[in-house]
Design a protein. Structure first.
Lengths: 125, 125
């Protein structure tokens, strides 16, 4: 069964080497040999990752030049951003709840310290 | 080998049923039975998906209530948004290039039509 495009994109992104390849290509096109250089990985190993990225439409490889450079195709990443953007409200609310909780803790701590100070006649007012 | 958190999140999101479960939980907490209802899937099948989402920290399941409702944990989605946001410039540039190309095509088309009209004495000026 062929996976839907978004599932294929997420699967392609679920590997740190493939994400590092995209980060390198964000700086400009590169050959397979250049892409393999920073990784302790064989050319066939890198080629396998490139195939996964290519199938997901995240990179393309030049057909005509002899050195066939790879380049980034960012469109599927925009689809990821659109998808995850639907949940922005949720993580912002979750952050606000944490913020409220921490402020509440701080208020109690200050109140506690205030109570303590009441018994210390030397503390300046 | 344990995958890094972002890889685990992307892998969890690479399935349409799991994304549908998140979309349902974005509306509010739900029991496993409620989550299974819209899918033609056995409870063990759904439970397997829930375990993947739980391991990725995308959902949590209540421990104390008898019906153990699941709820959305949006923090890993914020990490996805942060990661993909680095590439925004790229898809925006790519969209602008397409826009320029289409405008250019339209200009040529209009120029072409204009040339054609030159031979039509009945066309109002």
């Amino acid at each position: 069964m062929e996976a839907d495009p978004l599932s294929t994109t997420f699967a392609a992104l679920s590997d740190p080497t493939r994400r590092a390849i995209l980060a390198r290509l964000a700086l400009g096109e590169a050959t397979v040999t250049e892409l393999a250089a920073p990784f302790d990985m064989s050319l066939p190993g890198i080629s396998k990752h490139l195939k996964v990225l290519q199938r997901a439409g995240l990179i393309e490889q030049g057909r005509h030049a002899q050195w066939r450079p790879c380049s980034l195709k960012p469109e599927p990443l925009r689809d990821v951003a659109d998808w995850v953007g639907q949940y922005r409200r949720h993580w912002e609310e979750s952050f606000e709840r944490l913020d409220t909780y921490l402020r509440d803790l701080q208020d109690r701590q200050e109140q506690w310290n205030g109570d303590d100070d009441a018994h210390d006649p030397n503390r300046p007012r």
